[in-house]
Design a protein around this ligand. Structure first.
Ligand SMILES: [Zn+2]
Ligand SMILES: [Zn+2]
Length: 267
């Protein structure tokens, strides 16, 4: 039995003191692989460093919508170089955040389109961040023909119709720890209706810790609470959720698993 945390931020300062212990605890809880997302320039090389020093860690690099206002003429060429590293398995997280609005909306829209283009050029799947911008996110995914790269809608917060449209474009829906909260505003009903073959699980650590750690620092080992909740919602076994979400993650990140070595890219 193996779990995969498809989205975390191990390079963030919250893990500076005890990163090795965090990665060890994940291993002991059955988390075979962790994908860590470098969201801005200062985090990219750190994410890669962590990935290179741990066989169980892979990297995802891109510019988060919060940070797109900092993109300059060198940003994309730097990313182009870094993303050729075999440890980088996706481009992201990219998208729109109209909740916090830390970059102007017009800039977010433009940079989202540009970065989908870059991911297609690099032949990497994209990891999409969408907060309170569902309509605009869908529109851009469609008009930029994102089905050509496919990828993941991380921390999914849209409705069932949106999930269905994303799945039809070849995207996976990633479920965060918030699914364990008491009031999920209909999210559990959506998960009940979505096919297991399209679901991933994630922590988004250090954020969004699941119950019973709500409010504390999140870490990849806690992804099993999310798997447990998905099993409960769908009335299937924990093992089945683990197996399906692991297979899905290996497929979207184009990794082949073998027990004798760390996963390697599918040629
Ligand atoms: Zn995000
Ligand atoms: Zn994130």
């Amino acid at each position: 039995m193996m779990l995969i945390d498809s989205h975390s931020h191990l390079e963030m300062p919250e893990f500076k003191k005890d990163l090795e212990a965090v990665i060890q605890r994940a291993k002991e809880s059955g988390v075979g692989y962790i994908f860590t997302v470098g969201t801005e320039k200062k985090d990219w090389t750190r994410a890669l460093e962590i990935a290179h020093s741990h066989p169980s860690v892979y990297a995802i690099l891109g510019v988060h919508p919060h940070n797109v206002k900092e993109i300059d003429d060198r940003t994309y060429s730097t990313l182009r170089d870094l993303c050729r590293d075999g440890k980088v398995r996706a481009y992201g997280e990219i998208g729109l955040d109209f909740y916090r609005d830390l970059s102007p909306r017009a800039v977010q829209l433009m940079r989202f389109r540009e970065q989908i283009g870059l991911a297609k050029e690099l032949e990497l799947p994209i990891v999409v961040h969408d907060r309170e911008a569902h309509q605009e996110t869908l529109e851009i995914l469609k008009s930029e023909k994102a089905e050509k790269c496919g990828g993941i809608i991380h921390c999914f917060s849209g409705d069932y119709e949106m999930a269905k449209e994303c799945i039809e474009m070849g995207f996976y829906i990633s479920i965060p720890g918030t699914v364990t909260f008491k009031n999920t505003g209909g999210f559990q009903e959506i998960i009940k209706r979505l096919p297991l073959e399209s679901l991933l699980i994630e922590t988004d650590a250090p954020f969004l810790a699941p119950v019973p750690f709500r409010g504390k620092r999140n870490e990849p080992s806690y992804v099993r609470y999310t798997a447990q909740k998905v099993a409960e919602i769908k009335k299937i076994s924990f093992e089945k959720v683990a197996e399906a979400t692991t297979e899905n993650a290996l497929r979207v990140f184009k990794l082949e698993f073998s027990f004798s070595s760390s996963p390697h890219p599918v040629e």
